[in-house]
Design a binder for this molecule. Sequence first.
Ligand SMILES: [Zn+2]
Length: 187
Amino acid sequence: MALSLHGGLLHTQLWGYKNIRDEVLRVSMTRRIASLVSAFVAGHGTCIGDFDYLTCVPSERRVAPASIVSLVPPLADRYRQVLGASPGAACSSSSDGRTRGARTVDPGRFTVEDSVRGARILLFDDTFTSGASAFAAAAALRQAGAAEVRALVIGRHVRPDRPDSRALVERLVGRSWTLLGCARCAA
Ligand SMILES: [Zn+2]
């Protein structure tokens, strides 16, 4: 949905909604992110495409994005958590841009329910850092027989100080995020 610049507003919210201890603040951050997702889904439903149900990328301890999904009716209606984290498997990328686990795509990090066979699945996550989690989750779903896997991620984490991100950030200078176009319909 958007680039999430390290230390920026979106990055702060995406970190806070699952890590802030104060419950009132945490719920308020979750609601703000959910309204952003609601607006995006309303405007770019055709870009997201058809799917039978949505599942979240889980970390080892929890399924944090589910709290966002529960506040977005068009997504909540089709939410089924068919992915689990394999015990002892590497966990998902952390919001500070480092990965605690491996960056390699390892479908064995996830367990998948048998019921996915033949289904078109929308994979949902809050943050995309190296992509290792999303690609491993997609690979696990395909191996389990899913007919199609698409991904919807709220923030693509970017650290402007990293050489591999600099070109991307420079290209965006003077442009602000808008609901009028997404990565799919406005390149
Ligand atoms: Zn779009």
